[in-house]
Design a protein around this ligand. Sequence first.
Ligand code: PEP
Length: 252
Amino acid sequence: MRKNIVAGNWKMNNDLKATKKLVKQIKKTLKKDKLKNTRVIVAPTFVNLTAAVKRSKKSKIEVAAQNMHQAANGAFTGEISAEMLRSAGVKTVILGHSERRAYFGETDALLAEKVNTALANNIEVIFCFGEELADRKAGKEEAVVGGQIKNALFHLEADAFNKIVLAYEPVWAIGTGETASPEQAQDMHSFIRKNLADQYGNDVAENVSILYGGSVKPANAQEIFSKPDVDGGLIGGASLKAEDFCAIINAF
Ligand code: PEP
């Protein structure tokens, strides 16, 4: 059965002290009894992963990285490998975030390579994708999203999807305060699940968690998460405050 997941993408925020403090606050605020089928993930910046892993031990909090290089090792100054993440105790990586695509030129082809490397190292992938405003205005959102998933993931065998979480993040809703309506999210998530079913069959489609991301906050989380094909959220801004992040988790 697929799990509910709330993942916080901290982006380039929080120094070491703030990282330790936020993990501690989330640990304290989470209501354990409400978390039976819900995973809680936080993604601090690379340099603070080890501290976050250490601080989240013996709690429900899992730690993810925000990015990873596709090569095993070598002359790639400034980059971080899958093996390095594993050795830091990290078991999940976010790949394909729209900011990586927009500011660092990450393409579907590159992301396909990164996905392969993560899975080969037994690292779970939270794979992000989503259309831009112009795509939606032109009625092309399904074509864009369908293409992103196909290009980066549909070369995989079915069992790879045990280690993949999908995150639909319409670019026009990220960090803008603009949220897709619960109906828009549901429509897209249902389209994504149908694509998975067509490619891999119902078993795979039904077992993959599909998260929504884009200005989720305590005030709108419950309505979005109540949709049948929305299995949780990837949260940016609201994940930086323990109170808001935990209120979103408790929306389940
Ligand atoms: C994100 O960056 O993945 C995101 C969803 O950000 P925000 O919640 O701030 O829109």
